[in-house]
Design a protein. Structure first.
Length: 117
C-alpha cells in the first residue's frame, strides 16, 4: 500500500509541471514577445498583448464608472439630507427667536392689577 501511495505521488509530481505549463498558455496576460524568433509570431504575440490590455482597460473603465455613479448617487442623497437639516435648523432658530420674543414681552408687560378691593 505504501508503494502505491508513493507511486501515485511520484506520478502527480511528474504531471504537475506539465499541467502548469498547459494552464499558463490558457491564461491571458502580458507575454514577453522578444523571445519569439519569427516576425509573424512576434506580431501575433504583440497583438495578443494589445488585446489583453484593451480588454483590461475597458473592464477597469466600466468598474470605475460604476463606482463613480454610486458615489454621485450617495452625494446627491447627502445633499438632500443636508438641505433637510438646514431647514430644520432654520425652523428651530425661528421657534427659539419667537419664544425669546414672547418671554421678553411677558417680562416687559406691567403686572396685572388685582381687582377685588
Amino acid at each position: 500500500m505504501l508503494r502505491n501511495v508513493a507511486a501515485t505521488l511520484m506520478a502527480l509530481a511528474m504531471l504537475l509541471p506539465i499541467s502548469a505549463k498547459l494552464r499558463a498558455q490558457d491564461i491571458p496576460g502580458i507575454e514577453i514577445c522578444t523571445v519569439e524568433k519569427t516576425m509573424e509570431r512576434r506580431t501575433s504575440c504583440l497583438q495578443s498583448n494589445i488585446d489583453f490590455l484593451q480588454k483590461t482597460i475597458t473592464k477597469l473603465s466600466a468598474d470605475h464608472q460604476q463606482k463613480l455613479d454610486a458615489a454621485n448617487r450617495q452625494i446627491e442623497g447627502l445633499k438632500a439630507t443636508i438641505a433637510g437639516l438646514q431647514k430644520l435648523v432654520a425652523d428651530l432658530q425661528a421657534a427659539q427667536k419667537q419664544t425669546a420674543e414672547d418671554l421678553k414681552k411677558k417680562a416687559d408687560a406691567p403686572p396685572a392689577k388685582e381687582s377685588g378691593k
